[in-house]
Write a protein that binds this ligand. Structure first.
Ligand code: ASP
Length: 472
């Protein structure tokens, strides 16, 4: 016999089935023992009566989270015994044989609740148990369906998913890099990508034209709020497009995604409303307004675009993207962005700097910025002007961005793209307040992995190989 998933037992009354799963719970009612057996598809009730002495004796030993193989017969329940709470509530299984595949230690917390009552430290330390709970396993399934839909959509639209390196070089996205010491090159370091920004632009120079990637990104930021040291972006880039084209593809994808993956959700307004940065700040005092008419409605999604951001702003003291350089202008979003076409002249002449608007577009959902992107400067001269305004001298520009400028000298197409924060999007769709609830193995709020016990120290030998000395 082959395995039946528990959810399918409901259509198999009077048939014999073979089930695999975990003991979810156990109730003793007089002489009858009820065991709830759980697999990834659902829960079914097993019934043991004292008549079958051998089986009954085994049933008496079963405890929560033991792993079983059960063969038995599916029986319709008498109507008074139907349990409307579970999918398989019309039936139960009368076991004919049981094999204990694994016994289990008593779990450190309950797994049959939504887990909100349990301290996060404990949940993270035993994440492999925490993930057994229904809420989390549903979140994992939702995340899979969202990612799968995105991949299929882009595939249909002629995009290629291309992996870009994790070991790379510092990029100026505005955050601190995580770095990897090189063993072969003493004193040198790789950096983990804050985003695939430069690689995806180089893929456009390479003639790929339509790229996307479900990409891991890393930012060593102070752990405030709901941030993760590593997070996932839906990253995309296209050639021969203008702002409207990129916004249109992304808007279509979001609408299709919601329709197909979360049909119970309602998008408040289509096409998505658009606000300029100025309008948003004047009207809502924020550049990520929550436009929901009924903020308490859990299934309402209010998307909007915010456009026409200033390209540059005066640096706040101590927040320099390029430290040690005159604290003057910094970029508001992305140094690789192009200005709005009507402001290109100003950029090239480095005048009216504070008034130059960027082609940046941010996509906002229920008050969260879930993505942002722009049309890029595909001409080396224009990109160089940005770096000059940011206060970089010739030497620094060549050292940090020489490869981009050189690449653009070999015939760069016009191009633009966007990246979404996939964790945040899934969290909003799952009505989860925190992105940790939709990441299988997240770090804690203070950037630790309590299950693996990371970050951790290295052996003296490893440090030596890496040419590192720890300052005590
Ligand atoms: N690389 C940008 C980011 O991570 C997104 C983009 O402009 O495509 O925010």
């Amino acid at each position: 016999m082959s395995r039946t998933l528990i959810a399918y037992t409901k259509n198999k009354a009077d048939e014999n089935v073979e089930l695999f799963g975990w003991v979810h719970g156990r109730r003793d009612h007089g002489k009858i023992i009820f065991i709830d057996l759980r697999d990834k598809s659902g829960i079914v009730q097993l019934v043991f009566t004292p008549q079958d002495k051998e089986l009954y004796k085994t049933a008496e030993t079963l405890r929560s989270e033991w792993v079983l193989k059960v063969s038995g017969k599916v029986a319709k329940r008498p109507s008074a015994m139907v349990n409307k709470e579970i999918e398989t509530g019309d039936i139960e299984v009368q076991p004919e044989s049981i094999e204990v595949l694994s016994e289990a230690a008593t779990p450190p917390f309950a797994l049959d609740t939504d887990g909100r009552e349990i301290g996060e430290e404990n949940r993270m330390k035993y994440r492999y148990l925490d993930l057994r709970r229904e809420r989390l396993s549903k979140n994992m399934a939702l995340r899979h369906r969202v990612t799968k839909f995105i991949r299929d959509f882009f595939d249909r639209e002629g995009f290629l998913e291309i992996e870009t390196p994790i070991m790379t070089k510092s990029t100026p996205e505005g955050a601190r890099d995580y770095v990897v010491p090189s063993r072969l090159y003493s004193g040198k370091f790789y950096a983990l990508p804050q985003s695939p920004q430069q690689y995806k632009q180089l893929l456009m120079v390479a003639g790929i034209e339509k790229y996307f990637q479900i990409a891991r990104s890393f930012r060593d930021e102070d752990t405030r709020g709901d941030r993760q040291p590593e997070f996932t972006q839906m990253d995309m880039e296209m050639s021969f497009v203008e702002r409207e084209d990129v916004m249109a593809v992304n808007e279509a994808l979001l609408i299709e995604l919601i329709k197909n993956v979360m049909p119970n959700k309602k998008i408040q307004e289509i096409p998505f409303p658009r606000l300029t940065y100025k309008e948003a700040m004047e009207k809502y005092k924020t550049d990520r307004p929550d436009l929901r008419e009924h903020p308490d409605d859990p299934d309402l999604l209010a998307f909007c675009w915010v456009i026409d951001f200033p390209f540059f702003e005066k640096e706040k003291e101590g927040a320099a993207h390029f430290e040690a350089l005159a604290k003057k202008w910094t970029f508001t979003h992305n140094p690789f962005s192009a200005p709005k076409p009507e402001h290109m002249e100003w950029l090239m002449q480095k005048k009216n700097i504070g008034e130059i608007l960027t082609t940046q577009y941010d996509i906002i959902l229920n008050g969260f910025e879930i993505g942002g992107g722009s049309i890029r400067n595909h001409k080396a001269e224009a990109l160089k002007k940005v770096f000059e305004i940011l206060g970089l001298d010739e030497e620094r520009i060549t050292k940090n961005f020489g490869h981009m400028l050189e690449a653009f000298s070999y015939g760069a197409p016009t191009h633009g793209g966007i990246a979404w924060g996939l964790d945040r999007l899934v969290a909003i769709l799952a009505n989860e307040p925190n992105i940790r609830e939709v990441i299988a193995f997240p770090k804690t709020g203070d950037a630790r992995d309590l299950m693996m016990n990371s970050p951790s120290e290295l052996e003296e030998k490893q440090l030596k190989e890496l040419h590192l000395q720890i300052k005590k």
